[in-house]
Design a protein around this ligand. Structure first.
Ligand code: SAH
Ligand code: SF4
Ligand code: F3S
Length: 479
């Protein structure tokens, strides 16, 4: 889940997840992750690198020799939460002076040495492209020095590192397909914290998907800040690098991963409205195992705001992309991200966001109040002039509208038979499993003698605003 304000989907991961995984060694690593799915995926790379260096992950912070917080800088409240945790770990350090505390991820990249200076809470600061250096840096700290590596890279994709799957049910997994972002959305800190966009070798992606399938996983989510601009063997200007090798864009990559096994579901996030082509939509429609679900962040429903946000599309362009999805896959679920109270947002512009929501009727949305971030285009160019209360009341209106649409969307699925991948035991009832439909809607149903990782057809008879209730059936699935 996004470090997040308001999310209308209960089935997602927790805000900060404490992770523990396999590994053999004497020293204990306690790793806490914040922010987007890419950060959670990076934590699995970090666990892998440190497991090779002899660390074993633990869920118990009190037995840790090394505490790492993999942090998010997207909004100010994300950073505040981490600061509070750092103060907490200072207490642990007082009890155990040899404890090493480090900050990884986007806040490390944004604040760099400043984090070492601030109240002496941290020993180690490591940016998202420097994780291979972690074992050396930890040694350096144990030798009595502070350690920092925040170098960003144009090449690093951690392609051949086998992630240690953390907090995993063994059914669903993330695969990072690219890193960084070359878009300069004016509100966004990610290009500064994650560096330039680069794509990962498609063969290593397919290999990872195959290994996951062989290990019993049944769903992979391909991750990137803008998956539609994935490209291999071709540069930004369209020049092919090696004529003897195929060019792979996102549509081709999707089909390559879908071909690993029809029993492996494929999801992806995040799509960018300016780059999402019909090719991708056709690839989705050709493969039953590519889930019919697209996260297509709109941010605002007014073209003038989109221009100030430097998003690269207009309201009309966005609605044309929605129309293309509906045309090529009438049954596809769509979710979005919305920001309220961006610089200069008028009441009329805010109303345009609500009217766009009415037109699309999203299944789900992540909704945020604008939070000004240092160094971004918006911080330099515009005034953060929408009062906090107005940002807040607009957010409430957007949330209320989404509640109506989400509920309507869920209700429309009641009475139908859905193909569901079983992910685990329901949070509320021990005798029930939960799983997801292709549309990413959570379904709960009695366990019977089924097992996690199986596909079942479930006929639904009721719902809450975000969850379907049903029973396993022999009837064919309608979705
Ligand atoms: N790459 C993705 C989004 C990454 S950040 C994309 O382009 O859609 C996830 C979401 O956080 C964004 O879609 C946006 O809605 C929100 N966000 C980013 N910066 C923000 C800021 N400064 N204030 C409030 N919300 C922000
Ligand atoms: Fe940020 Fe825009 Fe890149 Fe998304 S596409 S990560 S919002 S700069
Ligand atoms: Fe946060 Fe960095 Fe992700 S800023 S949203 S953890 S890319």
């Amino acid at each position: 889940m996004r470090e997040g304000d308001h999310v209308l989907d209960e089935g997602r991961q927790g805000e900060a997840t404490v992770v523990a995984g396999p590994g053999a060694g004497a020293r204990k690593l306690y790793l806490e992750s914040y922010g987007c799915q890419m950060n959670f995926s990076d934590s699995e790379i970090v666990a892998s690198i440190l497991s090779d260096a002899g660390y074993q992950t633990t869920r118990d912070e009190d037995e840790a020799d090394l505490v790492l917080l993999n942090t998010c800088a997207i909004r100010d409240n994300a950073e505040q939460r981490v600061r509070n945790r750092l103060v907490h770990f200072k207490g642990n350090k007082a009890k155990n002076p040899s404890l090493v505390v480090g900050v990884l991820g986007c806040m490390a990249e944004r604040l760099r040495e400043k984090l070492l200076e601030e109240e002496k809470l941290v020993d180690l600061v490591v940016g998202p492209d420097a994780y291979r250096d972690l074992p050396n840096l930890v040694d350096q700290v144990e030798g009595g020095q502070k350690a920092v590596n925040v170098l960003l890279s144009r090449e690093e994709t951690y392609a051949e590192i086998s992630p240690v799957r953390l907090d995993s049910s063994g059914v669903t997994a993330f695969i990072s397909i690219m890193r960084g972002c070359d878009n300069m959305c004016s509100f966004c800190v990610v290009p500064f914290t994650r560096g330039r966009e680069r794509s990962r070798d498609p063969q290593s992606i397919v290999r990872e998907a195959q290994e996951l399938y062989d290990a019993g996983y049944r769903e992979v989510t391909l991750l990137g800040q803008n998956v539609d601009s994935y490209k291999w063997n071709i540069d930004n200007k369209g020049v092919i690098k090696d004529e003897t090798q195929p060019v792979v864009r996102f549509a081709e990559l999707l089909e390559m991963v879908a071909a690993v096994n029809p029993g492996l579901r494929v999801r992806f996030s995040t799509s960018h409205p300016k780059d999402m082509t019909d090719d991708v939509l056709h690839a989705m429609s050709r493969h039953e195992n590519i889930c019919k679900y697209i996260h297509l962040p709109v941010q605002s429903g007014h073209s003038d705001v989109l221009k100030r946000m430097n998003r690269g599309y207009t309201r009309e362009w966005y609605l044309d992309r929605i129309a293309a999805i509906r045309r090529i896959m009438p049954d596809c679920a769509i979710s979005t991200d919305v920001i309220t109270g961006f610089c200069g947002e008028t009441e009329e512009e805010h109303q345009a966001t609500l009217s766009l929501m009415d037109e699309v009727k999203y299944e789900m949305a992540f909704m945020f109040k604008y939070s000004e971030r240092p160094k971004t285009l918006a911080e330099r160019k515009f005034e953060d002039d929408v009062p906090e209360e107005v940002k807040g009341s607009r957010l409430q209106e957007v949330i209320a509208r989404q509640m109506i649409h989400g509920k309507e969307r869920t209700q429309a699925l009641v009475g139908k038979v859905h193909r569901v991948l079983i992910e685990g035991t329901s949070k509320k009832r021990d005798d029930q499993f939960f799983g997801r439909t292709t549309h990413n809607t959570v379904v709960v149903f009695p366990k019977g003698d089924l097992q996690v990782g199986q596909y079942v057809n479930v006929k639904t008879f009721d719902c809450t605003p975000v969850t379907l209730m049903g029973e396993v059936t022999d009837q064919p699935a309608e979705s």
